[in-house]
Structures are given as C-alpha cells and as structure tokens.
Design a protein around this ligand. Structure first.
Ligand SMILES: [Zn+2]
Length: 87
C-alpha cells in the first residue's frame, strides 16, 4: 500500500508492507487496533478518521485534552473515560 505525506509527496519509508495488531490503553480506554507500519516522523502513531469517528472523543483544543465520553459499549463500558492529555 503506498503511503503519502500530508503534502501529497511519497513517504520516504516507501509502501506499507506490514501491519500489527496493538492493544491501546489510554487511562481507562482500551481497544485492539490494526496499525500499518511506516515512518510517521516525530509522531509515534497517527490515528485516522475512521478511528476518531468510531470513538468520537471530545477535544478541548485550548487545554490540550481529549475526553473519551462518547465511545461505543465495546470500549470497556465499566470503566469511565477520563480526560487524557495529548500534548
Ligand atoms: Zn472508544
């Protein structure tokens, strides 16, 4: 799968040849997701629109906080989703 940077240029790491299933834990929020392995520069991971749409977190851009308060029941419904720093 080819990889393109935000400016439309090809990623120096080349195409994605491997994926990995990782368990994501952010405070009380847990989920297994499949990640494509490539060079993401200074960011350890990049989540896509589909992931954001599924979990639909509230974002306070001024305070740099993400709150998982609108997740589907499959995201550990017995554990509250506290605010999470993302900066
Ligand atoms: Zn979620």
């Amino acid at each position: 799968m080819p990889v393109y940077n935000a400016d439309g240029s090809s990623n120096d790491a080349g195409p994605v040849c491997h994926t990995v299933d990782l368990s994501i834990h952010v405070d009380g929020h847990s989920k297994v997701a499949t990640f494509a392995v490539t060079n993401t520069g200074k960011s350890p991971v990049i989540v896509g629109y589909n992931w954001l749409c599924q979990h639909n977190p509230s974002v306070d851009w001024c305070m740099g906080k993400v709150t998982f308060n609108q997740c589907p029941a499959s995201c550990q419904p017995n554990i509250p989703h506290p605010e999470t720093d993302f900066v």
